[in-house]
Design a protein around this ligand. Structure first.
Ligand SMILES: *Cc1c(COP(=O)(O)O)cnc(C)c1O
Length: 221
């Protein structure tokens, strides 16, 4: 068995039922990604628009495509037609452009709202205290469907240090679920990466995004 398949099977055996794996595939080739799909993976996450369009052209609907990188408004028109979910919506401006492009494509675009749970100024994502207001605003856009929340949390250092950020994001998730906002379905809580997914699952994640632990180290980023 090759390395990718072995890593993947280890991870899949550890992830409880009801938790979806999104394979974080930035910088990986279509051939590498196809190995995970052939081993049973259904969801692939990509960060870079241009790079991913080439890969998606090769692989197509053998997988569901999740956009997990920072999305610039001027690139939305390329993302909406081919992606199945955008996990990184953090402003009304971005949401309005997604809504507009989705309408053009005759589709309703499923999205997650990205929370800056670490409150790090250089990071993307809406601040925890502004999340509910943003969700209420976006919920009135007819061609977007909010389906949950996503957070990165601090990327490096002790995985245990990420726990409070996952806890806070779960709290917001539950609060918004209880608020029952029309056109909002709090179904997915996407948090946890290679070094932190176990902790994220303990704190309520039902979607994890894993790259390095499947493919090995990336050459860049
Ligand atoms: C790259 C990336 C991941 C996966 O990170 P790994 O440490 O390689 O598992 C998860 N989420 C996002 C948003 C990413 O960009």
């Amino acid at each position: 068995m090759n390395k990718i398949r072995r890593n993947l099977e280890n991870i899949l055996s550890e992830i409880p039922e009801g938790v979806d794996l999104v394979v974080a595939a930035k910088t990986r080739t279509a051939e590498e990604i196809l190995q995970t799909i052939n081993a049973g993976v259904k969801k692939i996450g990509e960060n870079y628009v241009q790079e991913s369009l080439k890969v998606i052209e090769k692989i197509g609907d053998k997988a569901q495509w999740h956009f997990i990188g920072h999305l610039q408004t001027n690139k939305v028109k390329y993302v909406v037609p081919v992606y199945d979910m955008i996990e990184t919506v953090d402003s009304i401006k971005l949401a309005k452009e997604i809504d507009k492009q989705a309408k053009k494509n005759n589709k309703i675009m499923p999205v997650l709202i990205e929370i800056n749970s670490g409150r790090e100024p250089q990071k993307f994502g809406v601040m925890p205290e502004n999340t509910e207001k943003l969700i209420e605003e976006i919920s009135s856009l007819p061609n977007i469907k909010i389906m949950g929340l996503m957070t990165m949390g601090p990327r490096f250092g002790e995985p245990e240090k990420a726990r409070p950020y996952f806890k806070e994001t779960k709290k917001i998730f539950d609060k918004i679920k209880t608020a029952n906002i029309p056109n909002v379905e709090m179904k997915y809580l996407s948090m946890g990466m290679s070094n932190s997914y176990k902790i994220a699952i303990e704190e309520g994640a039902n979607m994890v995004r894993i790259g390095t632990k499947i493919f090995g180290k990336r050459k860049y980023i």
